[in-house]
Write a protein that binds this ligand. Structure first.
Ligand code: COA
Length: 144
């Protein structure tokens, strides 16, 4: 498996993973915005030249990296792919001076919460009705 920067030719693969992974997937426009906002923070994982996962993060002025999305093709989960993506993005973020990583996760998403806790994130707060279906988000933070 290797991790590299996203390029626009990965768009179809990334959107396919997104639709397999979320009930409220990012749109085509959402991915273009992510890419043009901070291309260094948009990474994909490849296995045998096939894109099987991605992560996207955007830094803010208070030296926080906001992890906007991470997902792995269901057929490739629990093999360490998200770990590799997150590790690479955090490595890059530290190098460019980020002090914290922050994200929102659905409170029902037990797998993702376990994944983030394993990687040193802590639950800091809750945002009520954050998602379009009314579910609350948990805000998780890691000091880098
Ligand atoms: N049940 C419980 N814990 C799990 C798990 C599962 N099914 N899958 C992963 N984890 C946790 C474990 O702590 C695991 O460590 P272990 O292998 O020592 O048990 C750790 O996460 C690392 O897992 P990894 O293999 O690197 O994760 P992954 O490549 O399977 O990807 C997600 C994890 C969350 C990205 C993946 O499940 C996914 O794409 N989910 C749908 C999209 C999503 O919910 N994204 C997060 C939105 S905030």
């Amino acid at each position: 498996m290797r991790v590299r920067r996203y390029t626009p030719k990965d768009e179809f693969d990334v959107i396919s993973i997104e639709f397999l992974s979320f009930k409220d997937p990012f749109s085509h426009k959402g991915f273009i915005t992510l890419y043009y906002t901070y291309p260094e923070g948009f990474l994909v994982a490849e296995v045998n030249d096939k894109v099987v996962g991605y992560i996207a993060g955007i830094p803010d002025k208070s030296k926080q990296l906001h992890i906007v999305s991470i997902a792995v093709n269901p057929e490739y989960r629990h093999k360490g792919i998200a770990t590799k993506l997150l590790t690479e993005l955090i490595h890059h973020s530290k190098k460019v001076g980020m002090e914290k990583a922050v994200l929102e996760v659905r409170e029902s998403n037990r797998v993702a919460i376990a994944f983030y806790i394993k990687h040193g994130f802590e639950i800091k707060s809750r945002i009520e009705s954050y998602y379009s279906d009314g579910e609350d988000a948990l805000v998780m933070v890691k000091n880098l």
